[in-house]
Design a protein around this ligand. Structure first.
Ligand code: NAP
Length: 529
């Protein structure tokens, strides 16, 4: 049987781009299929006002090419979406990636042919491509969640989803705007929309924690220092649980004196960013410790937000860091503006969207534009949108009916030669995504080369190895407070989704060690044939 490509890669975000580069380097023929008109993945789609990465720009970048690392200049501590997209385009140009990317094409189906050991990949443009390997580089947060609120289609004004924002941008000047959601996307965009809109009404189901970004232009001396030490910095980052240096303080919060706790939290609040959760080592292990950090942030909200009723409604009641911590610029203070109203809907769901607004608790709200900052069907949504069938015609949907099952978050038993970059069961979203992506891409590239070197054509995870890994992922999750709330980590934001903690929480170093051990033992847990 003649195949069209050694590999089809689905998605041209940071994962798909680097995968293509590695495949080419190994002499494999590859085609990347991408739904958008350009590269960049999450940074191509999420163009809402204020979109930025919450990992510092010098760390949120590729490290596979030292020259690229040296030549690229980030302008701010936290890069904006346009700057990150520019970087993605620079990488695509620099490595001449576009000639192997088919844009504006969505993969609709992938079917494994057991007799010929090839995948048939089909697209919405009618392509039928035969490939030995399929590599899903779909991103973890790329399938937007549009909530099933009655009447949504009846709204007469424009509706925007933060995860699928119009390329030409949206000007809210003189408009009244309703926003549903208070996750990271909302927390970044609300302060900017509030500056433009005549009036902004925020519908909050769950109050969220956010830490100031204290974003600023990068000091050239600091950039020089980073560049001079990039190798060591990257190497060290891989020895840290989240793959980022968050300056973890190994002390326990409950065992520290009140004064020391305050000092730590204040110092990290003033420094800004995700490192707040590294104030003490037990914030996600011990309820009491967690409460000290949560109380500190609640206190800050009370200080910043002038109306005590609004401040009380904005104060989160759940565990800090259980849902992903947010990083903001001026979020709490935005609620002091006369043109911003908070509507607390924690006890009552939105009844319906009406042609001119929405109804909740029997009360009607009206606005010109509706913004859905309602997140994503995380980690599994994008893969399950594709009709994937493996051995014996079993679909991935069937296999994952009780939650995702993978070996190392990379492969699935029953689905030979199919790989997922940063799939469920890998550290992915709990880490700096860029190094995690690179680690997966390198692992897959080396694996394909090893399969070829053995004169083999098929590699498949064994069921027992997969079961053991799924058990380990679940066990690790059970040890932390992170699995205890209704977050997208457990699929709780999507009605009917099985409730399983999806990412691997054992930390990047342990995970990398495990991936390397599997290789060292001749691809332990895989059958190669
Ligand atoms: P999200 O965190 O899932 O937030 C969605 C929001 O919509 C939540 O407040 C949710 O309320 C609300 N919601 C959903 N359905 C609703 C309904 N039917 N009625 C009322 N409210 C509803 O989504 P996100 O803000 O897009 O962020 C997702 C993830 O993307 C983040 O956690 C982060 O990992 C990543 N992200 C990163 C950045 C960054 O790097 N700075 C920026 C944006 C996003 P509940 O909480 O009650 O479900």
């Amino acid at each position: 049987m003649k195949i069209d490509f050694d590999a089809v890669v689905i998605g041209a975000g940071f994962a798909g781009m680097y995968m293509l580069h590695r495949l080419r380097g190994l002499g494999f023929s590859a085609r990347v299929i991408e739904a958008g008109t350009g590269v960049g993945g999450t940074w191509y789609w999420n163009r809402y006002p204020g979109a930025r990465c919450d990992v510092e720009s010098v760390q949120y970048s590729y490290q596979f090419d030292p020259a690229l690392e040296q030549e690229w200049e980030w302008s701010e501590r936290y890069a904006t979406q346009p700057e990150i997209l520019k970087y993605a385009n620079h990488v695509a140009d620099r490595f001449d990636l576009r000639r192997d990317i088919q844009f504006e094409t969505r993969v609709t189906r992938a079917t494994f042919d057991e007799s010929d050991k090839v995948w048939l990949v089909e697209t919405d443009r009618g392509d039928r491509v035969l490939a030995r390997f399929v590599i899903a580089a779909l991103g973890c947060l790329s399938s937007p969640n549009t909530p099933r609120i009655p009447g949504l289609a009846d709204f007469e004004g424009p509706t925007y989803h933060t995860g699928h924002w119009p390329h030409e941008g949206v000007d809210f000047t003189g408009k009244t705007v309703g926003v549903i959601g208070t996750g990271s996307s909302a927390i970044q965009s609300i302060p900017i929309m509030a500056q433009q809109a005549e009036h902004l009404t925020v519908f909050q189901r769950t109050a969220n924690y956010t830490i100031p970004a204290h974003n600023r232009p990068l000091d050239p001396a600091y950039v020089r220092e980073v560049k001079a030490n990039y190798r060591e910095m990257r190497k060290r980052a891989k020895t840290l649980p989240a793959g980022i240096d968050l300056r973890i303080n190994m002390a326990s919060a409950v065992e520290s004196a009140e004064e020391e706790r305050r000092r730590q939290y204040q110092e990290r609040w003033d420094y800004g960013g995700l490192g707040f959760m590294a104030s003490f080592s037990d914030l996600l292990l011990n309820d009491e410790s967690n409460k000290t950090a949560a109380d500190f942030v609640r206190g800050k909200i009370g200080e910043i937000v002038k109306d005590p009723k609004v401040a009380a409604a904005l104060a989160p009641t759940n565990i800090i860091g259980c849902k992903r911590l947010c990083v903001d610029t001026g979020y709490w203070a935005t609620f002091n503006r006369p043109n911003v109203t908070l509507v607390d809907i924690r006890n009552e769901a939105i009844e319906r969207i009406t042609p001119i607004g929405l109804r909740v608790k029997g009360k009607d709200y009206t606005f010109d534009c509706l913004v859905l900052a309602t997140g994503f069907d995380a980690m599994t949504g994008a893969l399950l949108k594709i009709d994937i069938s493996g051995r014996n015609g079993v679909s991935l949907k069937q296999k994952w009916s009780e939650g995702p099952k993978t070996y190392l978050g990379l492969t699935m038993a029953g689905f030979p030669n199919l790989f997922a970059i940063t799939g469920p069961g890998s550290p992915s979203v709990l880490t700096n995504m860029l190094p995690s992506i690179e680690q997966h891409v390198d692992w897959i590239a080396d694996c394909l080369a090893a399969v070829r070197a053995r004169g083999a054509t098929v590699i498949e995870a064994e069921t027992e190895a997969e079961e053991a890994w799924v058990g380990h992922v679940g066990e690790a999750a059970g040890n932390t407070l992170r699995s205890t709330c209704s977050s997208w980590y457990v699929g709780a934001n999507i009605p009917g989704k099985p409730r399983v903690f999806m990412p691997y929480i054992g930390g990047l170093p342990a995970y990398i060690e495990r991936c390397e051990a599997v290789v060292a033992k001749g691809y332990e847990g895989f059958s190669v044939g």
